[in-house]
Design a protein around this ligand. Structure first.
Ligand SMILES: [Zn+2]
Length: 262
């Protein structure tokens, strides 16, 4: 059931109090946060996969089998998502999370989104579980590179790592590809440390993301949920706020600031 009116005000108050009183707050975001910045979702009505079909479940294995073909397609026929990513801008919710980091409350942000919008907004401590579409990664040594740092020529594909000569792919994690170990280690480390997690724009049912709120709960920590609708996480949440990320987060952070200066 959606919270509204007085219930909503109460939920926001409770969320602000938790953010202030908890010792180590982290956040996790998902697709709902990006949709408000114009990035189409993958699933559901209007979703990219609904329109174009789900990508192959062995996408990473296909890449490994033919990295040259992958790069040729990427360079000559950019997909709808690539075009949407190029135009997307952070929304007010992204900036509110940056503010929460600046005031020292939000210690780390785990995101399932690949769109770079948290970093573009100025967020410093971000773990991107599914990679970052604006970066390239060497599958040999796992170094990340900005695109400009790698020579990419149609006649010499796939591009190679300047450090180890390994094959370069997008940092975005493909189906069938393991989550990069370094990112996973950060997520586990930060979640172990945390006593509160703010979860926004995700139902947190896809692993490994789903495991982090579960860890928080097992540790006796608090979960604050911000989402348009109820999700499978709602029964576990100590506090659920219903609404748009780009409206709720600025309101919540303003409330925190007011309480801190009162
Ligand atoms: Zn390398």
């Amino acid at each position: 059931m959606a919270t509204s009116g007085n219930g909503q005000v109460w939920a926001l108050e409770q969320a602000a109090d938790l953010l202030i009183s908890c010792r180590y707050v982290i956040a996790m975001t998902g697709a709902g946060v990006s949709v408000e910045s114009g990035i189409p979702p993958f699933r559901g009505p209007g979703g990219l996969w609904t329109k174009h079909g789900e990508p192959p479940l062995d996408g990473y294995q296909r890449f490994l089998a033919d990295p040259q073909g992958y790069w040729q397609q990427r360079l000559t026929a950019p997909s709808e998502i690539v075009q949407a990513l190029a135009q997307a801008q952070p929304n007010a919710g992204h900036y509110a999370l940056v503010e929460l980091e600046r005031v020292g409350i939000l210690r780390y942000l785990i995101t399932q989104n690949i769109d770079n919008l948290h970093r573009a907004a100025g967020h410093q401590r971000v773990a991107e579980i599914h990679g970052n579409s604006q970066l390239l990664r060497c599958i040999g040594c796992s170094r990340r590179f900005v695109k400009e740092a790698i020579a990419i020529a149609l006649e010499a594909l796939p591009p190679r790592c300047p450090a180890c000569a390994g094959i370069i792919k997008s940092d975005t994690v493909h189906f069938g590809e393991p989550i990069p170990q370094d990112v996973l280690e950060i997520c586990v480390r930060e979640t172990r440390e945390a006593d509160c997690m703010l979860v926004a724009g995700t139902s947190a049912v896809v692993y490994p993301a789903a495991s982090f709120p579960q860890m928080i709960q097992e540790q006796g920590g608090d979960i604050i949920e911000v989402n348009l609708d109820d999700t499978p996480l709602t029964p576990l949440a100590d506090c659920s706020v219903r609404g748009r990320f780009g409206e709720i987060l600025p309101t919540l952070v303003e409330l925190v600031r007011t309480k801190l200066t009162a």
